[in-house]
Write a protein that binds this ligand. Structure first.
Ligand code: SF4
Length: 235
């Protein structure tokens, strides 16, 4: 068990949230409107894959499921990096088992530019950190990244994919991520639930799906599997 982009973002909001994800995910209650927003984000991301024309997608599922086969995705990504494929979508990388899948890599003369797609009308700080996490993993895997872009939902519905250059902000996250990623790795393996008390982190930047559990509201629990839980718009 190591840290994915989603784990990192959730663990930085609240350590207990990450711990519950690993040990008691059945306690999550995802409001229908949030689920709908996540689904819309996935659809926007799928359409963005072709924003630069032909592309190769690295997604591989375990047979008979919709669970990503990360090992196969890592191997496929390495193959396409070796081939010099111009546009690679859902490119998978792992460093000491910490993992991310990049929405889109576009080849340049010196390496690749990285694009993180968000179905939102503006750039939020959370999105920059999200892209920063991917930059951290990808560069530690030896890939040279020139620019980092967030692709947000622009006003032109005919062509809604609007890249915003966040290279400096994303690269500036490197040290901050390195300071926290190893502690989160250790925390998620702890046998005991962290004694974190509810507070402002329960609603900012994202509403926590363990709210009822931590606040003693005894509604029935349900478990929902979602690949990427960071494609929400912060509150
Ligand atoms: S409800 Fe609050 S304390 Fe509980 S896991 Fe979520 S953010 Fe952490």
């Amino acid at each position: 068990m190591a840290i994915t982009k989603t784990d990192f973002m959730r663990g930085m909001q609240c350590e207990k949230m990450l711990w519950l994800d690993k040990h008691k995910p059945g306690l999550r209650l995802i409001p229908p409107e949030i689920q709908a927003r996540l689904d819309a984000g996935n659809d926007f991301g799928d359409r963005a894959m072709s924003m630069f024309g032909p592309y190769e997608e690295m997604t591989v599922y375990r047979p008979g499921t919709t669970i990503p086969d990360k090992k196969a995705m890592l191997a496929r990504t390495q193959e396409h990096l070796s081939l010099g494929t111009p546009v690679i979508c859902e490119a998978a990388f792992s460093n000491y088992n910490n993992y991310c899948a990049v929405d889109l890599l576009r080849k340049t003369e010196t390496g690749y530019d990285m694009y993180e797609v968000k179905n939102a009308p503006e750039v939020y700080e959370q999105f920059v950190r999200d892209a920063g996490f991917q930059y951290y993993i990808v560069t530690r895997c030896g890939v040279r990244i020139g620019h980092v872009f967030l692709v947000i939902h622009g006003p032109d519905e005919e062509n809604p994919f609007l890249p915003v250059d966040i290279t400096k902000q994303a690269k500036d996250c490197y040290s901050w991520i390195n300071e926290h990623i190893w502690a989160l790795n250790r925390l998620q393996k702890e046998p005991e639930e962290p004694p974190t008390q509810p507070g402002s982190q329960c609603t900012e930047p994202y509403a926590c799906w363990y709210y009822d559990y931590c606040h003693g509201l005894n509604k029935p629990a349900e478990q929902l599997a979602i690949d990427d839980l960071t494609d929400q718009t912060p509150r």
